[in-house]
Design a binder for this molecule. Structure first.
Ligand SMILES: [Zn+2]
Length: 78
């Protein structure tokens, strides 16, 4: 696989900072300014292994988050 080509659609992958909804051990945390590669065609995100490790560490320390929001939970009807 070419590192700069999307594995799903062969689109171009460009570096971008995004907001990630990350779930770790049942705790959901929103992490801003996460550096990822984003496919310009289909929007698939690519994370470096070190970035994923950091997301887990941030989630484990989410008690210290400076901001909190309340999130509505919906169920899709059949
Ligand atoms: Zn793609």
């Amino acid at each position: 696989m070419n590192a700069f080509e999307c594995e799903y659609c062969s689109g171009e992958i460009r570096p971008k900072k995004v907001t990630v909804n990350h779930s770790y051990e049942g705790k959901l945390v929103i992490i801003k300014d996460v550096p990822v590669g984003v496919c310009q065609e289909c929007g698939q995100r690519y994370y470096a292994a070190a970035t994923l490790d950091q997301l887990d560490i941030l989630a484990q320390n989410s008690d210290t988050a400076p901001e909190r929001i309340s999130v509505p939970i919906m169920v899709m009807s059949p």
